[in-house]
Design a protein around this ligand. Structure first.
Ligand code: NAP
Ligand code: ZN
Length: 355
């Protein structure tokens, strides 16, 4: 066992504070990783504040992890000490159901193990995530990072925001000749714009923040629509092949569904704490439109996404923070004031613990 320094929430209504706990010593197939950077996902906030209703406290969030391998078990073949690696939203799954066999570990029939606030497959303990100085993970759930060392902080958000947008684009065959909408320009949305543009689609960004227009164009959108403006929305009726909705709050889905053409799909990845007002049935049946959902991506697909992003030189646009600024980051996230992902410099953890 090794002692880990971390930041944890002890209840849904109290701020995150310094916390120490024990990590297991690496087992035969385990990789021990010193965490260098950890992205701040809106899911961290939903979980730390108990918004999804199943948080086990103390809770150490963080599932956009990049770090360096410091030790490996005897049976590890994929990694060696010194390698730069990533860990995303999952650290295990049952490994014997059909979805696991198909590389869809996130849909494991027996329940995947989330990187934090998850249940270990064997030990049944609650997992603690990346707002910590090191982590021990089975090699199957560790990803190779081939970006340059100087870019590692901006790679961290790919481990959740990147794969959560890449996977539905692949599932619904996003590519050249398609008109693709991305709703919400936050952490997920800005990765969605970059990735869909790199896949060759004509990308239209929908935002509630008119001040993000220029940024969206720079990120790769060809058009920007302020979704609160009915005239701007109307100009795009019946024209989209695919829309990815990343919004973290309940909102009316109908105005977006009406923009889909015949057989078009809108996929929800945003996961608000309370339901959206239901879509109107006629909005779906009139053009055989589809409303779908998608959860992160499997391990093989996450590796494919990291390699795709390295090849296309795609990184997140980040604002680096110290760990003791996490509550301010959460408050800015709630005001849609993220440009476009906070990433924690884990080197700041030691000072925060001795303060
Ligand atoms: P984020 O950085 O806070 O971005 C969310 C964006 O949604 C905001 O920047 C804002 O963009 C828009 N928005 C916020 N409130 C809104 C409202 N009331 N009405 C309309 N638009 C609003 O969050 P994130 O980290 O990208 O995460 C987004 C959601 O995805 C969260 O619910 C998170 O839990 C979920 N998530 C799901 C998965 C999955 O596997 N399905 C994985 C990761 C995260 P504009 O200013 O442009 O309007
Ligand atoms: Zn996430």
């Amino acid at each position: 066992m090794t002692q880990a320094r971390a930041y944890a929430a002890h209840s849904a209504t109290t701020p995150l504070v310094p916390f120490t706990f024990e990590r297991r010593a690496p087992l035969a197939r385990d990789v021990a990783i010193d965490i260098l950077h950890c992205g701040v996902c809106h899911s961290d906030l939903h979980t730390a504040r108990g918004e999804w209703g199943h948080t086990v406290f103390p809770c150490v969030p963080g599932h956009e992890i990049v770090g360096r391998v410091t030790a490996i078990g005897d049976g590890v073949s994929k990694f060696k000490v010194g390698d730069f690696v990533g860990v995303g939203c999952m650290v295990d799954s049952c490994q014997h159901c059909q979805p696991c066999a198909d590389g869809l570990e996130q849909y494991c029939d027996n329940g995947m193990t989330d990187t934090y606030n998850g249940r270990e497959q064997q030990g049944k303990a609650n997992t603690l995530g990346g707002y910590s100085d090191h982590i021990v993970v089975h090699e199957k759930f560790v990803l190779r990072v081939s970006h340059a060392e100087a870019d590692l902080a901006a790679v961290a958000p790919l481990l959740c925001a990147g794969i959560t947008t890449y996977s539905p684009f692949r599932q619904w065959d996003v590519g050249p000749g398609q008109k693709v909408g991305v709703v919400g320009l936050g952490g997920l949305g800005h990765m969605g714009v970059k990735i869909a543009a790199a896949m060759g689609a004509h990308v239209v960004l929908f935002t509630t923040s008119p001040g993000k227009r220029d940024d969206a164009l720079k990120l790769g959108a060809k058009e920007v629509v302020v979704s609160k403006n009915p005239d701007e929305m109307k100009a795009h009726r019946n024209s989209f092949d695919f829309i990815l909705n990343t919004v973290a709050a309940p909102h009316n889905l109908d105005p977006f569904l009406q923009l889909l053409k015949l057989d078009g799909t809108m996929t929800l990845v945003g996961a608000p704490a309370s339901p959206h007002p239901s879509p109107t049935v006629f909005g779906l049946i009139m053009k055989r439109r589809r409303l779908a959902g998608s959860l992160i991506g499997g391990i093989a697909e996450t590796q494919e996404m990291l390699d795709f992003c390295a090849e296309h030189q795609i990184l997140a646009d980040i604002e680096t923070i110290a760990i003791d600024q996490i509550e301010t980051a959460y408050e800015r996230m709630l005001k849609s004031d993220v440009k476009y992902r906070f990433v924690i410099d884990m080197g700041t953890l030691k000072a925060a613990h001795s303060a």
